[in-house]
Design a protein around this ligand. Structure first.
Ligand code: ADQ
Length: 493
């Protein structure tokens, strides 16, 4: 399940999820439609599954009655070629609420991002998290053969590795990538199921994080909370309950060349129509933010810096526009509802304070943008503001760089994101909570000479192309190969 980044289940979809117990009805007269998500891990995994003739197990936010699946909830995809199996797990509304919007996103998400004050451990949610992890494990064990490699994605599956390990042959390799940060032991202490979660994750043979810091804090937490485990920090290996887990840091990349190609292909009319639609004067310098509406993304902090910028720099009023594209996310959770209203109010207040009849300092939109429009925004932004207070990696920063084919823009980057390890030295670095420093950096970016910006941009773009999605996938599989005894089937992937 990688819904977060690629296509988070929307609330309307959740309404129609069936109970999961009934089999899909006669599939023969139904048409398969393929909705291909743009970019991200999904695009990276698709060719791997095609080559390995594998099975992709994912929960469905559609209607099992309507789905074109066989009696095992499987479908061969892509429809005409049938190269691999997509196995669906259908969840009830209650399951989605408790497992996804509950324990995953009200407990593990705030915990791992250091927002322990927002942990909301509602009665029953943990039980659903256990139950759903168990359903995934059961599905995996049905599809796994002696030689299988199982690759799990993210924090929604914290118990599954142990449950899988207990049900599949020893020869099966179980690997997992954790896409969000791992907290310090002090923060992890707030986890209501700390040792059970660690025990679950140590069912993996390989556990990947984006950066060294998260791998190291994971090892520290195991040291502190699982006394019976033996932790070797130098090799990042943990021995526990007869199993050995290798912990690695492999920063995830984006499909850089696709972003660059799409950006080159967007012509000036795309940008002109965006400017027309949102009222951005074409002569303005443009700042850009693109995020899910999430309290980890530092949107209020960014707006505060933009406000201070206009306060201190009246000469920029009317000639700099800040565009914030925010995608509503997890809107059934109160912390997200509160953030959404606070951000909208903040934007309105700043616009009333500085706006004129011809110009709005902040253009704020929650519209879903086609990928070409997103690329047009990236390509035309003079400065990209990426200011999370905590973020596992942050792909938006990398997408911006890949799409900046003219090398004219600049990246202002929080020092609290995983991507800072790779990009911090040549980005304009900020501490998201220090409004004055944030504002000064924005002032500096807007007055930095073009040559200097180009120099930084070209180094950053090279890094993003060198460490792109393909290279991350290759790294992942090379690591799996390393932990796997004597198997050679992964060589071809
Ligand atoms: P996210 O928290 O979702 O991902 P991020 O890494 O920035 O954060 O990825 C967001 C993705 O959504 C990007 O591909 C972006 O282009 C896309 N997106 C956002 N708003 C959009 C819009 N309005 N229109 C179109 N596309 C939009 C989680 C972790 C991150 C980690 C990733 C991958 O929280 O830290 O980098 O997984 O591991």
């Amino acid at each position: 399940e990688f819904a977060e980044e690629i296509d988070e289940p929307d609330e309307s979809g959740v309404e129609s999820v069936s109970d999961g117990e009934e089999d899909a009805t006669d599939a023969s007269d139904r048409q398969i439609t393929v909705d291909e998500p743009t970019g991200g891990l999904t695009a990276g995994l698709d060719p791997v599954l095609r080559r390995s003739n594998g099975t992709w197990i994912a929960w469905g936010d559609g209607d099992a009655d309507e789905a074109v699946v066989d009696e095992n909830d499987c479908v061969r995809v892509p429809p005409d070629e049938g190269e691999y199996t997509l196995r669906r797990l259908w969840f009830s509304e209650q399951a989605v609420d408790s497992y996804y919007y509950g324990f995953s996103n009200r407990v593990l998400w705030p915990l791992c991002h250091g927002f322990e004050q927002l942990i909301d451990d509602r009665p029953g949610d943990l039980e659903w998290y256990r139950r759903i992890n168990d359903r995934f494990a059961t599905a995996v064990s049905r599809h796994a053969s002696e030689e299988s490699v199982v690759w799990l994605q993210d924090y929604h599956l914290g118990f599954a590795p142990r449950l899988i390990r207990d049900r599949v042959p020893d020869s099966v390799t179980v690997a997992h990538f954790w896409h969000i940060p791992w907290p310090s032991p002090e923060t992890f202490d707030h986890c209501p199921i700390g040792s059970e979660l660690l025990d679950g994750l140590l069912g993996n043979d390989l556990l990947g994080f984006h950066v060294d810091q998260y791998a190291d804090t994971f090892l520290e937490c195991v040291d502190v909370f699982l006394p019976s485990a033996t932790v070797d920090r130098s090799t990042r290996t943990i021995r526990y309950d007869g199993n050995e887990t290798r912990v690695v840091a492999t920063p995830m990349g984006v499909d850089a060349s696709s972003y660059a190609t799409m950006s080159r292909e967007t012509d000036s009319s795309n940008w002109e129509s965006i400017c027309d639609e949102y009222g951005i004067p074409q002569s303005n310098a443009v700042g850009l933010g693109v995020d899910r509406l999430d309290y980890t993304k530092g949107i209020p902090q960014r707006l505060a810096a933009v406000e201070t910028f206009f306060e201190r720099n009246p000469q920029w009023r009317g000639s700099f526009t800040f565009v914030q594209k925010a995608t509503p996310s997890r809107t059934t959770i109160p912390a997200y509802q509160q953030l959404g209203s606070a951000v909208r109010q903040q934007v309105e207040r700043i616009n009333v304070r500085f706006g004129t009849d011809e110009w709005q300092p902040i253009v704020y939109t929650e519209d879903i943008l086609p990928q070409e429009d997103l690329c047009a925004l990236y390509r035309n932004a003079d400065v990209m503001l990426v200011s999370p207070v905590c973020d596992g990696m942050n792909l938006v920063a990398q997408e911006y760089l890949a799409a900046s084919v003219d090398e004219l823009g600049a990246l202002l980057l929080s020092n609290r994101v995983g991507a800072h390890e790779m990009l911090g030295s040549h980005a304009f670095s900020i501490a998201p909570n220090r409004t004055d420093q944030f504002t000064e950096t924005l002032e500096r970016v807007l007055t930095t000479a073009r040559g200097e910006k180009r120099r930084r941009m070209s180094v950053l773009r090279e890094r993003v192309f060198d460490a792109d999605l393909d290279s991350w996938m290759r790294d992942q599989f090379a690591q799996m190969q390393r932990v796997r005894d004597g198997a050679d089937t992964l060589d071809e992937l």
